[in-house]
Design a protein around this ligand. Structure first.
Ligand code: 26V
Length: 836
């Protein structure tokens, strides 16, 4: 991975304001905002202080926003830039931002000042920061990656907008009742949204339904039956080492005609509010990451709404800046449009519609602009996650887009035919339309549209990108050699090290200087510290302090006492069969049984920590959560076990909880079946914070192992080829049970009701799945996993050796900054130069 972040950082004068300037201004802003808030509230509280602090910080950020926009509007004349810089528009249905205040204060350098101001009001900064609800407008990895990217956009000075939806309710809140997940709405805006800047002047119409007419000149016109309006709300994302910002622009739907007055006058109040209700529904709630059919129409509307509003905004800005549509994607003031998975894959169809129907361009010209502007990232190989829409639904909602897709398809298939004559099967496989030959209905394939309309398509880790072109997109890779490439994910070191782990940051600063925040590759210079006993001791002291903090949180949240000196073994992520939390639990059961059988052995005390949400309709994932709770109850209350083993499940996993858990982890569980986890980004956050990884040869684990040295990771299990081979030969999970008495005891105890108070039925579906299908090869990998866990114990029993490896993990993570990732996107996808 060779990168040149320094080339990406935009040159151009923008000195940092001196801290004393800003301190003075935040003092004023805070005093004003606090006064206003206090006038409305009955008494001074942490919530009042939070809103005032956020409002004050926002005011300073708004100044930086205006400055940044002014600079970007003349980006074709940026001094020192070798090529014109394209403004990047990152379209994503999800942005998992977490809290904003800590980040804003760090970026503005105002933490000490605000801390002082709050103290004067009798408030502690820590308490105030804790009050801020997470902005959880995303499901998991894909949404958090988008948030890390915004941070890097700002830091690298890239002219950029993130575009998303302003969901009223984000990712559901998870509670646990009797060991089961219960979902509650996430009313994250109930205390107001002090961060957002409402752009009342920025409104665009978005239509649905209706029909297409043709005028005398042959020009086609879409007459939508329903008209909504998109209004912009901006969230400003600051750089940490300059005054540049990026913008997350989130669309809010309102009805173009909120009251149907005719219906109202006739006394039909429900009818009168119809449009308003439809608009509200659009913004109502984030879709969970499952593919249930219910409510799919709304999802398609959300996607179309995001795409249309964003592209109208891009075009309006370009017309303002450049005066004409020429060079939308290529000339001096050019623009790039990036699709975060297929969720915004309608974008090319909508861009074509806008260029053809609203701006009068011809097909060839419009198509050229579209292809040069658009690029697409795939985030999962799971075939069930490939989005398709029924033609009938599509036609009913987006008739003009469907016409355009048919035309794109006809031209594409003609090209394929010319290149591969006589291969009708290929045509059927790659068509943008799934003809539903096996009795199914006809459907639009969104990934096909995204690929055909993009100049670049990438996966998110080396293995994933390779498998992508060998499996799900093999045909397209044959048609468009050179279009596909890899850009390995990264995470922002500002949030995931500087903010989440201040103590480790201070230690690193003292040893290698502060530059790692901007250039993570500098971590490499930490390597010699691994063999410095004094440094290792300080490193371990930081880890222990973080573990103490997590132990306190565990006691507060679920009332379980854990020993901070035990090995903290952590798996936190969405609950999914392919991620194999169940394998983790099988190991806990095996260890529990082994301790009982051999109580006097020198067991290395372990605390296994799991957190994560299951999609509400995902029955097996919910059963895994329940099993974790059942096993935890039995293990944690067994007097024979004591401190040798604890299992804790922390409810309501999210960004802020991750920020506490990750710095406190000794061991990071990254145990997906090889070939299933596209990249993983949690894996990177853990290693960056000095946890060792136990992991399969999957996703970005592979590149991490290569960067830090495989001897510094606990790698186990079948690799991708072996997984494929076993499956091809006819996989029989029962065989593994016959070969391992240990595995048999584990499965039998769960199936027999040992953890479910004798209720043998509770886990029947789960154990039968393991014994009969086991799609993710838990049974096949069990022995290797348990063996590797014994190696983990052995190393943890030698604290010096463990610490040395932990330091080498940190030292090896320099490549995994989202700054490096974004620099690669700029180089290979988003710069005009990359278009060749
Ligand atoms: C699918 C759907 C289906 C329809 C409803 C809403 C919804 C939301 C999300 C998804 C798929 C999410 C795919 C995803 O999050 N992939 C993860 O992307 C990470 C960033 O690239 C990567 O590190 C993870 O390995 C990958 O699982």
């Amino acid at each position: 991975m060779q990168i040149s972040q320094s080339n990406t950082r935009l040159k151009g004068a923008m000195p940092m304001t001196t801290p004393s300037d800003s301190a003075l201004r935040i003092t004023e802003q805070f005093a004003q905002a606090y006064g206003r808030e206090l006038a409305q509230a009955a008494q001074p509280t942490a919530a009042v202080a939070l809103r005032a602090a956020a409002t004050a910080a926002r005011a300073l950020l708004a100044e930086r926003w205006a400055q940044t926009q002014a600079q970007d509007a003349v980006r074709d004349s940026v001094p020192g830039a070798a090529h014109p810089v394209r403004r990047v528009h990152y379209l994503s249905m999800e942005f998992l931002m977490g809290r904003a205040l800590t980040n804003a204060l760090a970026a503005l350098g105002l933490e000490p000042e605000l801390s002082r101001l709050l103290a004067a009001q009798g408030q502690q900064l820590g308490n105030v920061l804790e009050r801020e609800p997470d902005a959880a407008l995303g499901n998991g990895g894909l949404g958090r990656l988008a948030a890390c990217f915004l941070d890097s956009f700002a830091e690298l000075g890239l002219p950029s907008f993130g575009y998303g939806l302003r969901y009223q309710y984000g990712m559901f809140a998870q509670a646990i009742q009797d060991g089961r997940q219960v979902e509650a709405p996430d009313d994250w805006m109930r205390l107001g949204q002090p961060w957002e800047v409402a752009r009342a002047e920025l409104r665009y119409p978005v239509g649905f339904g209706g029909r297409v007419t043709v005028d005398e000149a042959g020009q086609r016109h879409w007459q939508p039956a329903e008209q909504l309006e998109a209004q912009a709300f901006d969230f400003i994302v600051p750089a940490h080492h300059s005054e540049r910002v990026s913008t997350l622009r989130q669309w809010h739907a309102t009805a173009a005609a909120p009251i149907d007055f005719k219906a109202f006058c006739a006394g039909d109040y429900a009818g009168a509010a119809r449009h308003r209700v439809a608009a509200d529904a659009l913004n109502w709630v984030l879709y969970p990451d499952d593919s249930s059919e219910a409510g799919r129409e709304l999802r398609l509307k959300q996607e179309a709404f995001l795409v249309s509003a964003s592209l109208q905004d891009v075009i309006a800005r370009h017309l303002r800046e450049a005066g004409s549509l020429d060079g939308l994607a290529t000339l001096g003031l050019a623009n790039a449009i990036h699709l975060n998975d297929t969720h915004p894959a309608l974008a090319p169809a909508e861009l074509m519609r806008l260029l053809l129907d609203e701006h009068g361009l011809g097909w060839d010209e419009a198509w050229k602009i579209t292809r040069q502007a658009v690029s697409y990232t795939n985030h999962t190989l799971m075939p069930e996650a490939l989005e398709t829409w029924s033609l009938s639904l599509f036609e009913a909602l987006l008739p003009r887009h469907l016409e355009i897709i048919y035309e794109i398809n006809a031209r594409f298939l003609a090209e394929v035919k010319a290149k591969f004559p006589g291969d009708d099967a290929l045509l059927a496989r790659v068509s943008l339309i799934d003809e539903g030959r096996n009795g199914g209905e006809r459907r639009v394939r969104m990934a096909a549209l995204a690929i055909v309309a993009s100049h670049r398509v990438n996966g998110v880790a080396a293995l994933h990108s390779e498998l992508m072109v060998q499996t799900i997109f093999a045909d397209y890779a044959a048609i468009f050699p050179g279009r596909f490439h890899n850009v390995t994910n990264g995470v922002t070191p500002r949030r995931w090290l500087q903010q989440a782990n201040p103590q480790l940051s201070t230690l690193l600063d003292a040893r290698i200087g502060k530059g790692w925040r901007q250039d993570l590759a500098l971590l490499r210079s930490l390597t010699p510290a691994a063999s410095d006993a004094a440094f290792r001791q300080q490193f371990q002291a930081v880890k222990l302090a973080n573990k103490q903090g997590l132990a306190d949180l565990i006691r507060r949240e679920i009332g379980v006492q854990v020993d901070p000196s035990s090995l903290f073994d952590v798996q936190i992520k969405r609950i999914h069969e392919y991620k194999r939390q169940l394998l983790n639990i099988l190991h806990v059961v095996a260890r529990y049984q082994a301790i009982i059988a051999n109580p006097d052995a020198a067991w290395v005390p372990r605390t296994v920590i799991i957190a994560g949400k299951a999609a509400s309709a995902y029955v097996m994932a919910k059963s895994i959560i329940q099993l974790a709770h059942d096993v935890a109850r039995v293990v944690n209350s067994d007097p024979r076990i004591g401190d040798k083993l604890k299992l804790v499940y922390l409810p309501n996993y999210g960004v802020s909880l991750a920020e506490v858990i990750i710095p406190a982890a000794d061991l990071s569980e990254q145990i997906s079946t090889a070939g299933t986890e596209a990249s993983g980004t949690g894996n990177m956050k853990f290693a960056l914070n000095g946890a060792l990884t136990i992991g399969t040869w999957d996703g970005a684990n592979i590149e991490m192992a290569e960067a830090m040295g495989e001897e510094n990771m606990f790698v186990f299990g079948l690799r991708t080829e072996a997984v494929a081979q076993i499956k091809a030969l006819g996989y029989d999970p029962r065989l593994y049970m016959e070969q391992s008495a240990q595995l048999r005891r584990v499965i039998e105890s769960i199936a027999g009701g040992e953890f479910s108070s004798g209720d043998a039925g509770r886990y029947r579906a789960l154990t039968e799945m393991l014994l009969n299908r086991d799609n993710y090869l838990l049974m096949a990998d069990f022995a290797a996993y348990v063996d590797k866990q014994l190696e983990v114990d052995a190393l943890y029993a030698q604290p010096e050796a463990w610490a040395a490896k932990a330091v080498l993990n940190v030292a090896g993570m320099g490549d995994f900054s989202s700054d490096r990732t974004i620099a690669e996107y700029v180089d290979r996808v988003w710069s005009v130069a990359s278009l060749g």
